[in-house]
Design a protein around this ligand. Sequence first.
Ligand code: GLU
Length: 303
Amino acid sequence: MLEKKLENIIKKNRHLIKEGHVADYIPALSKVDPNYIGISISDIDGNIYKAGDYNTKFTIQSISKIIGLMLALKDNGEDYYFSKVGCEPTDEPFNTLYKMDLKNQKPANPMINSGAIITTSLIKGNKEEKFNRIIEFIRLIAENPGITYNEEVYLSEKYTGDKNRAIAYLMKSKGLLEGEVEDILDTYFKQCSIEVTAVDLAKIGLFIARRCPLDLEGRIENERMAAIVTAIMTTCGMYDFSGQYAATVGIPSKSGVGGGILATIPNKLGIGVFSPALDKFGNSIAGYGIMKDLSRELNLNIF
Ligand code: GLU
């Protein structure tokens, strides 16, 4: 019944793909077939519903910022973490460095690249340890020990990621970022190249929806961490489209330029959507259409 509905929602939104474009500023991403489209929903009892290309792997990209945020909050506690990264939405693009340069201001929030790079720097461990902790955490909460990263996408971004390099060195020059810049960037590029499916994203969304029910050591309670992550997804998760997305979809979500959207509804559902053609903000164009329909048809708007 629900799967039939998901199939219909896919059918209805597939035409949007031709109005979008796969990301090409990371050269390896330009090779991805734009025609994929898939959904998975995981309910509070752990039942999984899926349709379309739910089993196709794609790189997690910015959705890894959620994972980084959880680990950095665990390692540092809320007060210290937010002394380094802000908690305000921004109407600037995800890879901006404008305000930081102008006003020596800490990054607006953990979902733009500057904030995410600082977040990665705040995860404890050397570069190998940081990456291992990130990927192990994803494997754990997605309940998928087979998750790996895409070497080609990682190297492609590492060799062409000059904008992120500029952001990181600018932050270092202003005393906003501590540590070895190239090591931090290396971990950041690698975490973005971790490969997941829509089902993996739905399970991560469910983990947050269930208020992170695992015995995780750290300086913040799981419940509190889930509340912060969900709030930041709502206000900052969909790039500089987050306000309009909240008004039209009303579900805390985070997207990535790999075409994924991870959504979470507290105490209810996790949702994963994948379709790699993007709109001008960097959000999956068919993914947005799917989320609007899901919200309406399943009555999921939390507002
Ligand atoms: N690795 C990408 C970057 O830093 C992630 C961007 C995204 O998904 O928004 O440019």
